[in-house]
Design a protein around this ligand. Structure first.
Ligand code: ADP
Ligand code: ADP
Length: 229
């Protein structure tokens, strides 16, 4: 059974301006799925509909076979961990930011949480110690460091589905590659959906959906899409 299903979803923000024109796709469990397309194609709109910031005009969205209109937003949020492009961190320690926002969360709490969620390699790849204060009065993190903390914070909750909404798109390609490589080693058994505008970012996805102006232009593996041009 697919973990996410879009079934003929039609949606727009304003009357008379349709953004998604009857979009259908299924995300199978356990794989790495990617949605790519030019800016404005409707990629983030898909994420917003999944989280029920809006409801489709018509069509259905299912998570684990259940229509999301029949479940609470809390359970949707427990099922899907989202990492946006520009994450906001607390002005506190890295440990606090990762370990559920718990006060005084130090090295041991973070390591325990990371071990429980089987993401230790990812957490260990963070360049700073967990006691490092970040933000206004602390260390100013680079974009890549900040996104690593944001991804760790989401992974530690062990969501069955990880949704990366352009989570590494603003970073240089070397940093992006580093993060994605470590991320893949800890996400083998998790369903992930990567929203990206560069095809190269999602080269190892099991399936790539190419969205153009709110319609499915094509889908397949990276090599297949390149051959088709
Ligand atoms: P397409 O160009 O893909 O045919 P349309 O713009 O014609 O898409 O709209 C697709 C569907 O969405 C149509 O059935 C239309 O009636 C419906 N629709 C369009 N605007 C709205 C709206 N403001 N509220 C609800 N449904 C709408
Ligand atoms: P992408 O993520 O592929 O860049 P989006 O899903 O953010 O695209 O946006 C798709 C289209 O919807 C764009 O034309 C955008 O201008 C429009 N759009 C996005 N958010 C809103 C909004 N809140 N109100 C009206 N139009 C919006």
């Amino acid at each position: 059974r697919p973990v996410v299903t879009f079934d003929d979803v039609v949606f727009g923000y304003e009357p008379d301006r349709t953004i998604l024109h009857g979009l259908s796709f299924e995300v199978p469990a356990g794989g790495h799925y990617a949605i790519v397309g030019p800016s404005g194609a409707g990629k983030s709109t898909i994420a917003r509909l999944l989280f029920r910031f809006y409801d489709p005009w018509s069509g259905r969205i299912l998570i684990d076979g259940q229509d999301i209109r029949a479940v609470t937003q809390d359970s949707v949020r427990a099922a899907i961990g989202i990492v946006p492009q520009d994450s906001v961190l607390f002005n506190d320690t890295i440990g606090y930011n990762i370990a559920y926002g718990r006060d005084g969360a130090g090295h041991e709490d973070v390591v325990r949480a990371a071990r429980d969620a089987a993401i230790l390699p990812f957490v260990e790849s963070l360049p700073q110690g967990f006691d490092t204060e970040v933000g206004e009065r602390g260390l100013k993190l680079s974009g890549g460091e900040k996104q690593r903390v944001a991804i760790a914070r989401t992974l530690v909750k062990d969501p069955p589905i990880l949704l990366l909404d352009e989570a590494t798109s603003a970073l240089d390609s070397r940093t992006e590659e580093d993060i994605l490589t470590t991320l893949h080693t800890v996400s083998e058994h998790r369903t992930s959906i990567s929203i990206a505008h560069r095809l190269s970012t999602v080269a190892d996805a099991d399936r790539i959906l190419v969205l153009e102006a709110g319609r499915l232009a094509e889908s397949g593996r990276h090599g297949e899409l390149l051959r088709k041009g």
